[in-house]
Design a protein around this ligand. Structure first.
Ligand SMILES: Cc1ncc(COP(=O)(O)O)c(C=O)c1O
Length: 409
């Protein structure tokens, strides 16, 4: 019977893992549903409601009968709104045939890699990286080439590291600033330095700009396409409304770049999901063209929480947390905590090889705090805490983490 069932599993699934972020969030939600007071630092989504004028636009779209199929790549009016946004915010000019709308940035990324990679093509991914990059690349039969960074370099790669990992099989370099999970953002100078390596090469840059609007201390958002006309031609930009407008459930993301790539992505999407929801597209249009002040209000709230959580984390003995420049994640290093003999003994007795996984398991089961192990992002020395929750909850959650660390001393 079991053998029969095994035949139902396609070989291609051997290379992918279920998303650990979604798994932890699901477990924490289950505990909450059972009446347990869990503090959730796991989820990768803003906790704010979608701004009112965006919701209104969706209601109007329903009443106006915008409930039919749209072009696969998105309505003309949404694509024009995206063109307007890219010009207004990034100084980048695109034509309609260079824009594609998908069901979230995730689908756009998936279709991009399915459309450009051939088996064996290498994709350079700086670590720590967003969980889905490596899995999507593997599903598209590419080879993820991971470039490790750590807290000492602010979790950023430099030109030398980048050029060392380029081979004649390198097809794509993934650039994600501000980053999930570290919150690190590259300065213009740092982007220029990476561009000096990339510009002469035949490599496509996939710039994942999803956290563009959540950036602090007046730092300018810069992606490689913004550096030069030549780089704009080599760069494929992915962005969306999920994080900036608190619209994760609406599922609208978009891509901008080479028209040939967009055409092939359209073909991929046309044979899988077709267009993203017509109603959500109308809402995304209102988000991109309407009042931008809610974005700033949310950004300021995140900034207060960022300073609070990083300050509290650094007061815990053995924890080292860098102040992130963007996004809504803290990525504290727990190297010293993991080396405590009580923790190492637990590790042996449980037969667990990953420090961060074991820490997060105990944290959730015994201290009712959900966090994502750094190992899921390619760095086992850290855990990821999303600070998309109220200040009182942040204080409560960090107090519990402190208790766990002190119990281990
Ligand atoms: C780095 C990064 N890119 C892309 C996405 C995709 O977001 P969505 O599919 O909601 O647009 C996420 C979501 O967590 C992310 O963290």
């Amino acid at each position: 019977m079991i053998e029969e069932r095994m035949k139902l599993v396609a070989k291609r699934l051997d290379v992918v893992e279920p998303s650990p972020t979604l798994a932890i969030t699901a477990k924490a939600n289950q505990l909450k549903a059972n009446g347990i007071d869990v503090v959730g630092f796991g989820a990768g989504e803003p906790d704010f409601d979608t701004p009112e004028h965006i919701k209104e636009a969706a209601k109007k779209a329903i009443d106006a009968g915008k409930t039919k199929y749209t072009p696969v790549s998105g309505t003309v009016s949404l694509r024009d709104a995206i063109i307007h946004k890219l010009q207004r915010d990034n100084g980048l000019k695109y034509e309609r045939n260079q824009i594609i709308v998908g069901t979230g940035g995730k689908q756009v990324l998936y279709n991009f890699f399915m459309a450009v990679l051939n088996p064996g093509d290498e994709v350079i991914i700086p670590a720590p990286y967003w969980v889905s990059y490596a899995d999507i690349v593997r599903l598209a039969e590419g080879i993820p080439v991971i470039v490790p960074t750590d807290i000492s370099s602010g979790f950023k790669i430099n030109a030398e590291q980048l050029s060392k990992h380029i081979t004649n099989k390198t097809k794509v370099f993934i650039f994600n600033s501000p980053s999930n999970p570290t919150g690190s953002a590259y300065t213009r100078k740092e982007v220029e330095s990476l561009v000096s390596v990339l510009e002469p090469k035949d490599i496509i840059v996939l710039s994942d700009d999803i956290y563009e609007k959540i950036i602090y201390d007046g730092l300018e958002f810069v992606n490689p396409a913004m550096i030069s006309t030549k780089m704009k031609e080599k760069t494929f930009v992915v962005n969306g409304v999920s994080k900036a407008y608190s619209m994760t459930g609406w599922r609208i993301g978009y891509g901008a770049g080479n028209a040939e790539i967009v055409k092939n992505m359209d073909t991929m999407q046309g044979q899988s999901t077709s267009n993203a929801s017509s109603i959500a597209q109308a809402a995304a249009e209102a988000a991109l063209l309407g009042d931008q002040s809610p974005v700033e209000t949310m950004r300021q709230a995140f900034d207060v929480r960022r300073k609070l959580i990083v300050g509290l984390l650094n007061q815990i003995p053995g924890i080292d947390c860098r102040m992130p420049e963007g996004a809504f994640y803290a990525f504290p290093y727990l190297t010293q905590v993991f080396s405590l003999s009580a923790f190492q003994k637990l590790k042996q007795s449980k037969g667990e090889s990953s420090n961060s996984k074991l820490f997060c398991e105990i944290l959730l089961d015994q201290y009712q705090v959900a966090a994502v192990p750094g190992s899921a992002f390619g760095d086992d020395q850290a855990i990821r805490l999303s600070y998309a929750l109220g200040e009182k909850d942040i204080e409560k959650g960090i107090e519990r983490i402190k208790k766990m660390v002190l119990d281990l001393q």
